[in-house]
Write a protein that binds this ligand. Structure first.
Ligand SMILES: NC(=O)c1ccc[n+]([C@@H]2O[C@H](COP(=O)([O-])OP(=O)(O)OC[C@H]3O[C@@H](n4cnc5c(N)ncnc54)[C@H](OP(=O)(O)O)[C@@H]3O)[C@@H](O)[C@H]2O)c1
Length: 268
């Protein structure tokens, strides 16, 4: 890709994007600069990846074409008051949860375009999925650059902005639900008499394997479930407990709660 990248924030998600962009050869390290709050994550990321870091906002932004906003939503108000001027004519890519394009336009009024994105942490190993929505239409070259940068985290889908709260509810927060499921499966194994290490290994490999099987054999999750469930068998005995406990309703309510919180955060 052409141009220089400036990262505002150098934490988990910024680190995942930088490493993915470097690993996939999307942009060389000498064209990437990051900053953070003055307690060090920027230096650590620069040391670890070979990109530049600075705490001077002029140095960070003057030669940047793309500005990647990767601080926490609540840290937006701590950014310099003249950020709007410093980012005049630049393209902004924001991964902030629940922060709308109209809110971002207030912070970056002179930017040439703003792209709101919702990635997820599996992006740290290139196994993520990111939804994105631009403020203004993207020409082919810019769309390719956006997809290139977000592709560093894994799969990319373009959606209307009003879908990004639901994206947050499913894939943005979703990894935490799966981690919770793995922990519950592990604990079930321990209560059934296994040692914790064995129970965790079985739980993790089962979730990894089931997800890979779903991808490899493109049948519905319900069909795959039925293939494991022989009449009067062990699986059905387990699924009955999940059914009585309204497991599917619980997950639907979980997604609804995260989606609602994203809307609340964005004041919509
Ligand atoms: N983690 C996820 O699962 C996930 C998924 C989707 C979207 N997101 C979004 O991604 C964003 C980053 O999340 P994260 O998990 O990567 O958070 P994080 O690890 O806490 O990173 C935040 C970064 O912002 C820096 N920062 C804080 N105040 C700053 C300031 N005033 N100026 C410049 N930089 C500042 C922090 O610096 P210090 O460390 O030095 O304080 C840190 O480098 C959030 O907006 C979140 O909504 C996260």
């Amino acid at each position: 890709m052409s141009g220089n990248l400036a990262f505002i924030g150098a934490g988990r998600m910024a680190g995942a994007m930088v490493r993915g962009i470097l690993n996939k050869g999307i942009c060389e390290g000498h064209r990437i600069t990051c900053t953070s709050a003055p307690d060090g994550t920027a230096e650590a990321l620069a040391r670890d990846t070979g990109i530049h870091c600075t705490y001077d906002w002029n140095t960070l932004l003057k030669n940047a074409t793309w500005v990647i906003l990767a601080c926490k939503p609540q840290q937006l108000k701590e950014l310099p008051a003249d950020l709007g001027k410093l980012t005049a004519g630049k393209q902004i890519l924001s991964i902030l949860a629940g922060t709308t394009l109209s809110r971002l336009k207030e912070v970056f009024p002179e930017s040439s375009n703003i792209i709101r994105c919702m990635p997820n942490t599996p992006g740290m190993i290139g196994m993520g999925i990111t939804g994105f929505s631009p403020l203004n239409e993207l020409d082919d070259e810019d769309e390719a650059q956006v997809r290139g940068m977000l592709g560093a985290l894994g799969e990319v889908i373009r959606l209307p902005e009003n879908s990004l709260d639901a994206v947050t509810g499913v894939s943005g927060s979703g990894p935490a639900y799966v981690f919770e499921f793995v922990a519950a499966l592990r604990d079930g194994g321990v209560e059934a008499g296994l040692d914790e290490e064995t129970a965790y290994k079985l739980a993790l490999k089962t979730v990894q394997g089931a997800a890979a099987l779903l991808k490899a054999v493109p049948e519905t999750p319900e069909t795959h479930r039925n293939w494991v469930s022989s009449p009067g068998g062990t699986t059905l005995a387990g699924l009955e407990v999940m059914g009585e406990a309204n497991f599917r309703e619980i997950i639907k309510k979980t997604v609804a709660a995260a989606t609602h919180r994203s809307k609340e955060l964005s004041g919509s």
